[in-house]
Design a protein around this ligand. Sequence first.
Ligand code: SAH
Ligand code: SF4
Length: 359
Amino acid sequence: MITNSIYGLTFEQLAAWLLKHGHKQYRASQVWEYLYRKRVTNFSEMTEVNKDCIVLLEENFVIHTLSHHVKQEASDGTVKFLFKLKDGNLIETVLMRHKYGLSVCVTTQVGCNIGCSFCASGLLTKTRDLSSGEIVEQIMNVQHHLDNAGNGEKVSHIVVMGIGEPFDNFENMIDFLKVIIDQKGLAIGSRHITVSTSGIVNKIYEFADTNIPVNLAISLHAPNNDLRTKIMKINRAYPLEKLMDSINYYIEKTNRRITIEYILLKDVNDHIDEANELAALFQDKKKKVYINLIPYNPVDEHSQYQRSEQESVLAFYDTLKKNGINCKIRQEHGTDIDAACGQLRSKQIKKEKDNSITL
Ligand code: SAH
Ligand code: SF4
């Protein structure tokens, strides 16, 4: 069975592959035009590509490796897709509607090994990395869904914030970025793409060195080592001092702003003291940092955590502002469906297991 997704190839890789197999390089431009502009879903629809080339592509690549499993639509227009991979694994992709456009949140791994104590994705440890093609295809499937609706809508923003740790699947994630920002293809503006990491320090350095001009977000969630280690065990391997060094390097090297994500957990990390500590941490780089305060999406299995009271959220926000820190409270999407990252997948897996037990 061929499982190699055509979406996994950067333009240069496809051109080189076609050349090696006796086809002129301009075929790569044609194939890309069909894949990303006309958005065909079968090689046979690439009518201007010659027959030999179509057969060769069909013998070596597939366009579909994901199939729709479950789709949930929320009242605010958020659509959550649960896709089944060729090997039967399930992944989640979310489409969100904003004033500024349509964003898609993609998954990079089946499960996650980082195991943050508040997260639904970490409940199921990593089974495998996704290929770059499987990551691109999530966006293509959402775009096909929009194309079929016929309203001319186009995905404009991408957040790499679904299931998995993107920096633990670094090479595939980089190839994925190269494919989606390519002007000949989807041409998603690199400033419209955000990659989020739990703080794998050595990869933050490597990412800065790639010079791919997309945005970086760091899941910080605590302003000191004691608290951060309690809620994110990755802080043992990459403590705050090391993480801050890598953030400084990233800012110096790229001259771009960095986003800091901070989930507000009731009575855990949402006191004024922590807001002051957080502000102090970024006092020397106020212009280069943007803090996103994230309302926690409760996860059944992590009942020790609750969402912060609205009062605490506002007090936390005000304290940061008073200290001159750029910040905002993140707008929520799809709260009437399983909104937290990895929640739909873990619920579905549980449901299917329960069903197989009762059968
Ligand atoms: N692994 C990467 C990217 C995926 S998680 C990372 O951790 O950054 C994307 C974001 O969602 C992270 O900031 C993560 O901390 C946050 N998140 C995880 N579970 C959440 C929950 N239940 N409610 C709100 N945000 C959550
Ligand atoms: Fe993995 Fe990110 Fe969830 Fe942590 S928050 S378990 S790194 S997906």
